[in-house]
Design a protein around this ligand. Structure first.
Ligand code: SF4
Ligand code: SF4
Length: 57
């Protein structure tokens, strides 16, 4: 179960550099996580100013 970035994302880019497997990239209106690559480490959630990355339901 990968992490997902919700609509609270303000596209600040902080999480992209923190991901150990580089699976976060800029999308059209928010950043997106490649679920196939995510190892659920939670680093993105730790640096996000708005709490947008969360474990998928
Ligand atoms: Fe990357 Fe870890 Fe966030 Fe998954 S949980 S997107 S591996 S930083
Ligand atoms: Fe979006 Fe949070 Fe990542 Fe910034 S750190 S790009 S607000 S998910």
């Amino acid at each position: 179960m990968a992490y997902q970035i919700n609509d609270e994302c303000i596209s600040c880019g902080a999480c992209e550099a923190e991901c150990p497997v580089s699976c976060i990239s800029a999308g059209d209106d928010k950043y997106v996580i490649d679920a196939e690559q995510c190892i659920e480490c939670g680093a993105c959630a730790g640096v996000c100013p708005v709490g947008a990355p969360n474990p998928a339901e």
